[in-house]
Design a protein around this ligand. Structure first.
Ligand code: NAD
Ligand code: G6P
Ligand code: MN
Length: 453
């Protein structure tokens, strides 16, 4: 059984491979392949991947590292995709161009997210086509490549038969934080209900061993004025911007994100919002506390990326690996567990981005929504929910329409439709601003975007 990682040079690759290797029996995996278009970057990451597989975990999983699609995909059963088209250099542009115009500058939300989406749609279709050509006929592509919402809508439009499931680790990252805050050791005992679009959703119920923990969670957030476990904030040295220790969520700009959960719940306490709703509900405040010359892209380059590559150099020089340099845990566990559910037809419940098909009765049938589904060998079976409230429906319809227009504009090469998408986005204050940002984005993305007429 072969698993291919697309974007093998990703900072998340070592953690994902570790999660795969720890599940080697259930996955019955005997080869992991890394595929990337950046040879130098991937070859470096492969050094630590090799160490994880063959030194740390001492397993007999073969590692293949390639830049050739045929070698990467031939006979693969699973393709885990995690490309960052345009890399951090373009993420930095997405964030900074938006902020320069007074708009939210964020990786996946607002103008930055739309620009990233326009870069990623066609490379993602290439992955789907290469997998269809070379991989096993019953392969599955599990996609983390962002912006997952826009990517999933493009997959639905352009490759409706593709065997792809788009996923996100934010809801489980939130559950990790909830578990730590509530002192729950085994987070698998937590069951939750959720609905939304990707990076645009709400937890409606959270239970621990059948007990509703929403009231005490609400009280915790109110008392601490933030949704972060006190333990994450205790070790001040780990909170230093460039420390390789500590939880990334407690540092730098992420801190505001968890603070924002408190602020949103002060007004709308019924549900637990996905942290990404901050960018849409507190857009003005986000722009105000952003540093337009130093954004999250800079933080990531100075921390996660630097620590990983410095750590690899250190290993090559000394033979010693400091595990803190690579990111491991829920992100890799989530994708590997999803593969187990598909492979072994377990019908386990997962939150996935999938076509609505009536799950949310007052959202369009073809909307790509993020909802719980049972996962078996044929993919997600969505679970019917009650109609969603008018406030959330209104927000979701605006965001969904924006994403649909963007994808349509990208496919048709239509400047007008893409401008409509930018104008409709809740993070953009006016049509004039939308046009100014779009025109700068076109300039910055010349090497990546289709031509807009
Ligand atoms: P990264 O830049 O470290 O890694 C991305 C890799 O993708 C790079 O090595 C790059 O060369 C490669 N790449 C770019 N274009 C490619 C193409 N066309 N084909 C093959 N490889 C290509 O980025 P990262 O911070 O590790 O993140 C990786 C991706 O995972 C990003 O898209 C990020 O947004 C996404 N991500 C998603 C979630 C989620 O919840 N869905 C969570 C974490 C990260
Ligand atoms: C969460 C989201 C991802 C996003 C990531 C950004 O995990 O679910 O979709 O890519 O955060 O994290 P970063 O550390 O790169 O800002
Ligand atoms: Mn995500």
């Amino acid at each position: 059984m072969i698993i291919t990682l697309v974007g093998g040079g990703s900072t998340f690759t070592p953690g994902i491979v570790k999660s795969i290797a720890l599940r080697r029996e259930e996955l019955d995996v005997n080869e992991v392949r890394l595929f990337d278009i950046d040879k130098e970057r991937q070859d470096k990451v492969a050094v630590v991947v090799d160490w994880i597989l063959h030194q740390e975990l001492k397993c007999d999983i073969k590692l293949t590292v390639t830049n050739d699609p045929e070698t990467a995909y031939t006979d693969a059963s699973f393709i885990f995709a995690q490309m960052r088209v345009g890399k951090y250099a373009m993420r930095e542009q997405d964030e900074k161009i938006s902020l320069r115009h007074g708009c939210v500058g964020q990786e996946t939300c607002g103008c930055g997210g739309m620009a990233y989406g326009m870069r990623t749609i066609f490379p993602m279709m290439q992955v789907i086509d290469d997998a269809a050509k070379y991989a096993k006929p019953d392969h599955w592509i599990l996609n983390y490549s962002n912006p997952a919402s826009i990517v999933s809508e493009a997959c639905r439009r352009l490759r409706p038969k593709a065997r792809i499931i788009n996923i996100c680790d934010m809801p489980i990252a939130i559950i990790d934080v909830v578990a730590a805050a509530m002192g729950i050791e085994n987070k698998k005992e937590i069951v939750y209900d959720y609905y939304g679009l990707n990076h645009f959703g709400w937890f409606t119920a959270i239970e621990h061993n059948g007990r509703d923990i929403m009231p005490e969670l609400r009280a915790y957030i109110k008392e601490h004025e933030i949704l972060l476990p006190a333990a994450y904030l205790k070790d001040k040295a780990a909170l230093a911007p460039n420390s390789s220790k500590g939880n990334r969520h407690a540092k730098g700009s992420w801190y505001y994100v968890w603070k924002g959960v408190y602020e949103i719940m002060e007004n709308f306490p019924d549900t637990l919002p996905n942290t990404y709703l901050n960018y849409y509900l507190q857009q003005k405040e986000f722009v105000e506390h952003s540093d337009p010359t130093h954004t999250r892209a800079n933080e990531v380059m100075e921390t996660r990326e630097k620590n990983l590559f410095d750590g690899i150099d250190h290993y090559l020089a000394t033979g010693v690996v400091d595990e803190n340099v690579f990111y491991a845990g829920s992100h890799g566990d989530w994708i590997a567990d999803l593969a187990i559910a598909l492979k072994n037809d377990t019908k386990a419940r997962f939150l996935v981005i999938t076509e609505n098909r009536g799950a949310l009765p007052n959202m369009p049938y073809d909307a790509m929504v993020e909802v719980p589904a049972y996962i078996g060998k044929n993919g997600p079976e969505v679970i019917a929910q009650d109609p969603i409230p008018l406030f959330q429906q209104g927000l979701m319809m605006q965001q969904l329409t924006c994403e649909k227009l963007l994808v349509e504009g990208c496919i048709e090469g239509s400047y007008e439709k893409v401008l409509q998408a930018f104008t409709l986005n809740k993070t953009v204050p006016s049509m004039k601003v939308a046009k100014e940002v779009l025109d700068d984005m076109i300039e910055a993305n010349k090497a990546f975007w289709p031509e807009l007429k």
